[in-house]
Design a protein around this ligand. Structure first.
Ligand code: 8IG
Length: 274
């Protein structure tokens, strides 16, 4: 028997998020946050660049959050004071769908951000690129997604419009900071295996440009909660079969580490422009 608060079907996950937001407000001393950032592989250093960290909380101490499953993913929630006076909540503790704990835990951080007052949700990830011109280390704006998890964070007859899920306004702001930023359609697969070359060709054929294991389910929950979403992928590897060399997690970490200072600085400039 699980005693995780999100595992009881009779509990509305948003009430758990409201409790989590109250804990964050109490522990950070910040009643409301304006912007939240989920920092995926390669993006972690942005937290140090966007402003002054005023509080750091181990995420698993907050109701509904799980222990980080992956080395290299810092399991903390940080409250950051931006130069503008806005407050950012940095989520360094993503729960992935492939962990198998259900979609409620995957999107709990997003719902918590919404309950904390956040109106702008920035979702970042490391991912595989389908376009050959995207060398490892290239940041790409997410323009739309294809959710291949066959799951949804929405429960019951909740019909949410996903037109312009990835805000054109926020993408324009990002391109104002770096006009060379490309954009593409993100395909969320379940993972944790990478795709076969045939699956990458399928993703390409149906309109995908980026393959990954996160973000789409979180973006849906963000839209349900009424937030504006900015999505960015760091291409850490060419997707399987696009490059002749096989994928390795070590290669992915290496590409992320190389690109991290550059893309973190870019993200910090984008946040400052919001
Ligand atoms: I980093 O090539 C990273 N994450 N699905 N495919 C999928 N996820 C990824 C990949 C990739 N690279």
């Amino acid at each position: 028997m699980s005693n995780h608060p999100l595992d009881d079907p009779a509990t509305d996950p948003r009430t758990v998020a409201v409790s989590a937001a109250a804990e964050i407000a109490e522990r950070t001393g910040v009643a409301r946050h304006d912007i939240a950032l989920t920092l995926g592989s390669g993006w972690g250093r942005a937290a140090d660049l966007i402003g002054e960290t005023t509080a750091t909380i181990p995420a698993h101490e907050v109701i509904g959050f799980s222990k980080p499953a992956l080395v290299g993913h810092s399991g903390t929630l940080r409250s950051i004071l931006l130069p503008s006076g806005k407050r950012a909540l940095v989520i360094g503790a993503r729960t992935h769908y492939y962990e198998g704990h259900g979609v409620r835990r995957v999107v709990h951080s997003v719902r918590t951000a919404a309950a904390a007052g956040v109106t702008t949700m920035i979702l970042t990830n490391g991912a595989g690129g389908i376009r050959e011109s995207w060398k490892p280390g290239t940041p790409v704006l997410i323009s739309d997604h294809i959710n291949l998890t066959a799951d949804s964070p929405l429960e019951g007859a909740t019909f949410v419009d996903l037109t312009d899920l990835y805000s054109a306004r926020l993408r324009d702001i990002a391109r104002g900071i770096d006009p060379t930023l490309d954009e593409g359609v993100y395909v969320q697969n379940r993972g944790p295996h990478y795709e076969t070359p045939a699956e990458v060709q399928m993703a390409k054929a149906i309109g995908g440009h980026i393959v990954g294991m996160s973000t789409a389910l979180e973006a849906i929950a963000a839209r349900e909660a009424g937030m504006e979403v900015l999505g960015m992928s760091l291409i850490t590897n060419l997707a399987a079969g696009i490059s002749p060399t096989p994928l390795s997690h070590a290669e992915v970490l290496e590409a992320g580490a190389q690109a991290e200072p550059v893309i973190s600085a870019l993200l910090a400039r984008i946040v400052a422009a919001l």
